[in-house]
Design a protein around this ligand. Sequence first.
Ligand code: CP
Length: 312
Amino acid sequence: MKNYLSISDIDDLSEWVKEARILKSQPRADKHLGANKTICLLFFNNSLRTRLSTQKAAMNLGMEVMVMNFGSEGWALEYGDGTVMNQNTSEHIKEAAQVVSQYCDIVAIRAFPSLTDKEQDEAEVVLNGFRKYAGIPIVNMESSVGHPLQALADAITLDENNTKERPKVVLSWAPHPKALPHAVANSFVDMMQKQDADFIITHPQGYELNEAITKNVTIQYDQRKALENADFVYVKNWSSYTDYGKVLNQDPDWMMTKEKLGSAKFMHCLPVRRNVVVEDAVLDSDQSLVIEQANNRTYSAQIVLKKILENL
Ligand code: CP
């Protein structure tokens, strides 16, 4: 594998999950693989889990790690071809990507969408700019469109906690005061479409995700109906996709409660706003898998880096 940009880069999800669970049981077994190799983590946006778990994964593989908060500490990048750079941007992606690639063997990037310009966001200029000009493997640590390291960690968590042949998994929208990206939901949907599960999405009208991603997934606008007999409930807010980046609804009735959850397991990628997205009683119960999900971020990153290192 050369790059890990989306869930479609996984050739066999169940095999990867199996391998990740083996890595989890002996995290330092492959520490020779990354010897004399360096990974550079570039953050254009904030992070807790992605930053630390990806570093941990790289260290487990014996790699050197360099981290840069590019968004706040790097030069403002230009992405357009032929732009006269007499405004606010100081460095072109062409030079920046080639320079970074001289310092490391793999580059991992986090770059969120603006949520104001759908076309520009979907062009994924940061990720694709590095892919085009860096010439070394690229890992997506959450881009405009996807968060495939999170979705792979979620697949590991589902596998570890599932007791049924075909579990019912519900992706439920929840309210949030701010406009949030679609990336986590998109990659979770991509990942669930590779699973044998009864998978349903529930959200208010106007919060339909990109139809090219949801394809044939059932959408149920009645949250309570969607939650009936659920085994796993993955809760996430996202802003409107059709009315791009807008917050159309903050109805607290969509918050996940213990009563609505029933006996299902609760999942969320974190960070989460307590008593807005989900009530304390859920997060503080043993039905919550959020800490396990965060732990599995290390092993999703580690299986990805291992596969890239094996091909370097
Ligand atoms: N879930 C996740 O990606 O967390 P961070 O934004 O803290 O990295």
